[in-house]
Ligand binder design. Sequence first.
Ligand SMILES: NC(=O)c1ccc[n+]([C@@H]2O[C@H](COP(=O)([O-])OP(=O)(O)OC[C@H]3O[C@@H](n4cnc5c(N)ncnc54)[C@H](O)[C@@H]3O)[C@@H](O)[C@H]2O)c1
Length: 262
Amino acid sequence: MGKLDGKRALVTGAAQGLGAAITEHLAEEGCDVMGWDVNADAMKVTANHLSEKTGRTIAGREVDVTDPAAVRHGMEDIIQLFGRLNICVCNAGVLISGDSLEFDVEKWRRVIDVNLVGYFITAREAARTMLEGMGGSIVQINSKSGKRGSFKNSAYAASKFGGIGVTQSLALEYAERGVRVNAVCPGNLLDSPLWVESLYSQYAENHGLTEEQVREKYVQQVPMKRGCNYRDVSNVVIFLASDEAGYMTGQAINVTGGQVMT
Ligand SMILES: NC(=O)c1ccc[n+]([C@@H]2O[C@H](COP(=O)([O-])OP(=O)(O)OC[C@H]3O[C@@H](n4cnc5c(N)ncnc54)[C@H](O)[C@@H]3O)[C@@H](O)[C@H]2O)c1
């Protein structure tokens, strides 16, 4: 028996990284899952792979969370396929770091557009569907950078701080109508594609260090002396999505090995 047997879930940014891992864990707990991503080819490969691995229905679609019409259409597609939506995990995100004095404003806006506006668009569209049905749980993948500033990372931190404002506000709006809205704030997923393919090199430049030194520096900042892993995060997502978290809404839960405590 899974903890979420018979539930239908949406995960955004599900083609790779944390989104793919959350999709897999939701399926293991008994969910059928729709994954959305801007990377259509990777989304298709991931959906097929996880379908075979878990034996659940896992579909993938090309949906850009910054496009309200695409999100509306994507939600209609979910209802057509699954008949309902119980869980929505807003995971899609981008990170562009850099010196604030040099930072291209268009890139700054892009980070806000995906991480903050895209979250709002997806969450309120999911809520529309859930409020018409039997309620549901919306979980935003936030970050420890949603709780405190991040060095040469003002766009990302602004988008994630803002996300907590959206989480709390939507939670208040839907509290009496059966839709809960919470966020998870992970620490650094040091083995994820985001770090391996992009952040080690960005931060090496920002800090004037080698990539190996960057990794060691970030491990040493964690009281538990290790990076965050996908299961650390998806365990909390599963809990928040389940009825066990039925009295929780508007929360932003740190999963940081003790690095952030407020
Ligand atoms: N990797 C980390 O250390 C870390 C730490 C804390 C929080 N997070 C958060 O976790 C989430 C996932 O991060 P990740 O490390 O798996 O990153 P990732 O870059 O590996 O995956 C993000 C996915 O989102 C997709 N995406 C980007 N823009 C999109 C859009 N407009 N519409 C739909 N899909 C879009 C990408 O194509 C990609 O598949 C993000 O919200 C990120 O901020 C990551």
